[in-house]
Design a protein around this ligand. Structure first.
Ligand SMILES: [Zn+2]
Ligand SMILES: [Zn+2]
Length: 324
């Protein structure tokens, strides 16, 4: 097989919440347990082995939560480690990377920040590879003063260890607005989204595969010309990770908060011919059950409005891994 046929892209989710990390309400544990026990038969409980097999075989949505960490998505291409956002989810990603070449100081990570709202950078001080000398971490972004913004949160008023004392080589690279960047043959384009303070989406194009990470954006009142530029940015994406923080009802109440709905994601995905649309940046107050209604609303809407379009719809959940 040629190199092209064997290359694989892995996309995994480490933080899927918006705004602030959260934790489940006690009643949510009860709901999970209820469903697991209801689904169980006496055969599943015969011995240790059958219990373990039963647990292993349960679908992720039944035994796990959607997740409580803020934005962090990892993309691995040809041994390159690309990370979108450094929300609280980057802490566990860092621990995983430390078991690989980062643990011996031989790692190189590329972190692309959508913007510097707290939920997208708060995990960086807890990213273990940054403390190991020999590792190289490059932080990319479009905003001015990126280094200052990141180092500010590690001033001693807020955190005990400064950015310069972390150990690894940490470089900053300011991307030009809406210009493609060549990361050794992996093309990464940014696009300004519609969000207070500005947020940028990223699109990876590599060997006819494309992944779009577009979080923290509201698409109301943007006018048809600008709308078309978003359709263009999402065009033919294999994976579109889309800010669907609000239900429709809540999006009406929270106009200009800078977030959108799963239905808007479906419209874009249909128009842009997206294969797999993932709803992301879940509201911290939403239970798994409520997040499930976001998927249901989107699925019903797709069937009614675009009956001929095959779009795979999913909830972005911590631990989800996709291969392209
Ligand atoms: Zn956010
Ligand atoms: Zn934001």
């Amino acid at each position: 097989m040629s190199k092209e046929e064997t290359s694989e892209i892995l996309v995994s989710f480490w933080g899927v919440r918006g705004s602030i990390p959260t934790s489940p309400e006690p009643s949510e544990y009860d709901d999970k347990l209820y469903n697991i026990l209801k689904n169980c038969s006496s055969e599943n409980l015969q011995n240790d082995k059958s219990i373990k097999q039963y647990i292993t075989g349960l679908p992720a949505e039944m035994k796990q939560f959607v997740g409580f960490n803020t934005s962090c998505v990892y993309v691995s291409i040809e041994g390159k480690h690309i990370i979108f956002d450094a929300g609280s989810g980057i802490r566990r990603l860092g621990n995983m990377l430390m078991k690989r070449e980062f643990g011996s100081g031989d790692g190189e990570a590329h972190i692309f920040l959508s913007h510097t709202h707290w939920d997208h950078i708060m995990g960086f001080p807890f990213f273990a590879p940054s403390y190991h000398s020999g590792n190289n971490i490059t932080i990319y972004g479009v905003h001015n003063g990126l280094e200052q913004r990141i180092s500010n949160q590690q001033e001693d008023e807020y955190y005990p260890i400064s950015l310069s004392a972390m150990g690894a080589v940490i470089d900053f690279f300011q991307l030009r607005k809406e210009e493609a960047y060549d990361l050794d043959g992996i093309w990464i384009t940014n696009k300004m989204l519609n969000h207070p303070g500005g947020s940028f989406g990223y699109r990876i194009d590599y060997q006819n595969k494309s992944i779009v990470y577009a979080t923290d954006s509201e698409y109301k009142h943007i006018g048809p010309d600008r709308y078309a530029t978003f359709v263009d940015f999402f065009k033919n994406a294999d994976i579109l990770i889309f800010d669907a923080q609000f239900t429709i009802e809540e999006s009406l109440e929270k106009e200009n908060w800078g977030h959108s709905t799963s239905l808007q994601g479906v419209d874009f995905a249909a128009e842009a011919n997206v294969k797999h649309l993932l709803f992301f940046h879940h509201d911290p107050s939403y239970s798994d059950q409520k997040i499930q209604t976001i998927l249901q609303e989107a699925s019903d809407y797709r069937k009614t409005k675009y009956p001929d379009k095959q779009i795979r719809l999913s909830i972005a959940r911590e631990g989800l891994e996709l291969k392209l």
